[in-house]
Design a protein around this ligand. Structure first.
Ligand SMILES: [Zn+2]
Length: 310
């Protein structure tokens, strides 16, 4: 992380609050910060960058158990970082598409045809392409990273709005399904974003969020060395706090389940903390030429759905 973000004259840090309990709730420290302001750059906030174990101070709300970073860089700087962030995950797109397709297919089976779909944080639109291929009539994406949108295929590029997601981008009661894939943990104000999703959904429409689970085995074993303890994550949810937040916003029929991801062995090894064990695993995978092999594994994600009441 040698690149500094030249457009910001100074980086301000601000306190965060629990979006479930409000600003009166107490918090206890889980991990002290190990990030310095000079560490922060658009590269730090680039989607799916190699984990480097740099993180803010992490606290847990004593009211509801929701973990969050506190303090964090202020929202103006954060959005500037995301807008200038890089797109560098072409090699993972096939596996990511398979992972998200499985979640979409499950929703489509239970809900019937999805005509209008919105994806918040759609990157270069790879899932929007897949949704069209799977029969969704109309897709729309919102993405802050200018570089990611610039890399979108022509058939979806004009369906992506290059902007942070806000409630005034869409008319109320528009979409059948709003998807957030690996987005919820990154948001500075997740309740506000979910309220905007709620507004954009038609009555009876569904939200689908795929995000990290702080109580997954990998997070509990690796603790501070887990790749999810990362400066990109403002909030870290458990199934319980995911449910609480969706219900607080107004969603009904909330379901929260463990999810499986498809990833290459090479990518999975890159997530492990550096050390002797990782080195041995890496050498074994390399000698057996396993790097390109993709596997379905429960590596610590949650999929949550909720319905906007009719
Ligand atoms: Zn709380």
């Amino acid at each position: 992380m040698t690149e500094r973000f030249e457009e910001l004259s100074e980086i301000r840090f601000v306190r965060t609050h629990c979006p479930i309990c409000g600003d009166e709730a107490g918090a206890r420290e889980l991990y002290p910060a190990n990030v310095q302001p000079q560490d922060l750059s658009p590269s730090t906030f680039s989607a799916r960058r190699k984990p480097d174990r740099v993180h803010y101070r992490v606290v847990v709300c004593t009211g509801c158990g929701l973990a969050r970073a506190d303090p964090v860089v202020d929202t103006v700087a954060l959005m500037a970082f995301y807008e200038a962030s890089h797109f560098g995950y072409v090699a993972q797109i096939a596996d990511l598409t398979a992972t998200y397709r499985a979640q979409f297919a499950r929703v489509a089976r239970s809900r019937g045809p999805i005509n209008k779909l919105l994806e918040v944080g759609c990157g270069n639109g790879f899932f929007l392409k897949e949704a069209l291929r799977m029969g969704v009539a109309e897709v729309c994406g919102v993405e802050a990273s200018r570089e990611a949108v610039g890399r979108a295929d022509p058939d979806v590029k004009d369906k992506i709005i290059t902007s942070p997601f806000t409630g005034d981008l869409f008319q109320r009661d528009t979409f059948d399904l709003v998807c957030l894939f690996q987005v919820l943990d990154h948001l500075p104000a997740p309740a506000e974003t979910l309220k905007a999703c709620f507004s954009a959904l038609r009555p009876g429409g569904m939200i689908l969020s795929f995000h990290h689970n702080l109580t997954a085995v990998s997070a509990r074993v690796l603790r501070e060395r887990s790749p999810i303890i990362d400066v990109e994550h403002t909030f870290l949810f458990t199934p319980k706090t995911t449910r609480r937040l969706l219900e607080t916003v107004g969603f009904g029929t909330v379901s929260v389940r463990p999810a499986v991801n498809r990833h290459s062995v090479e990518y999975l090894v890159s997530l492990l903390p550096p050390g002797a064990v990782t080195s041995v695993i890496s050498r074994v995978a390399s000698s057996m030429r396993l790097g390109g092999l993709s596997l379905w594994l429960p590596i610590g994600n949650t999929v949550a759905t909720g319905v906007k009441p009719s």
